[in-house]
Design a binder for this molecule. Sequence first.
Ligand code: ADP
Ligand code: MG
Length: 231
Amino acid sequence: MALLSIRDLVKCYPSEGEEPVTVVDVGAFELASGEQVLLQGESGSGKSTLLNLIAGIVVADSGEILLGGENVCSLSESARDAHRARSLGYVFQNFNLLNGYTCLENVELGMSFGTGVDGEFALQLLDRVGLSNRRSYRPDQLSQGQRQRVAIARALANRPKLVLADEPTGNLDPTNAAVALELIQSLCSENGAALLFVSHDPQLESKFERVIDLAELNQAACLSSDRGCGK
Ligand code: ADP
Ligand code: MG
């Protein structure tokens, strides 16, 4: 059975004075356990919305998202929060670290919402991204590349089955971007997590076994039925 299985997923947003706009319309998409996929697509094509739907941050209009056998779309808001904390790691373009806390605390805070704080594993993760000697620094005392490495450690903190990465290299210079990509990929492999990695950088294509363009996923869905909004 696939780790992630999406069927007939539709998300629309209202647009001023017009028909609602269909942003995501995915007929079928599956991700196997441990698989690493690069998701491409033009700006505004719905990549972040798709990740947020999988994470249960955004609620779908229709369809289903089975993650580890659980349908994210049918969970209550609090159940989605719990599910996200336990099953998912998320890496963002702008890191989303908490500046009032140290690097170690940022990793441990992720655990406190999920499977419980494991200080030893948090430190092990920080060490793995080369930052155990910065454990007591706050994010604003770190470089951009270092901040993203803390965020990568945090994403693995609850030993998630799936890591979602939304343009995580977008704010980094080429050297730090390469380091971040390498760390995300190896940490996912080492910890048995699948990876759905969004980027519009074509140079990353060679780093992934499977590359998908969201336009193709959306288009396939449109061809297979007349789903969508305002139809
Ligand atoms: P991408 O990540 O591929 O750049 P997004 O998923 O952020 O694309 O956005 C896809 C489309 O959905 C865009 O046209 C955007 O304006 C629209 N959109 C995203 N979030 C909202 C929202 N909360 N309300 C209305 N429209 C939105
Ligand atoms: Mg986006």
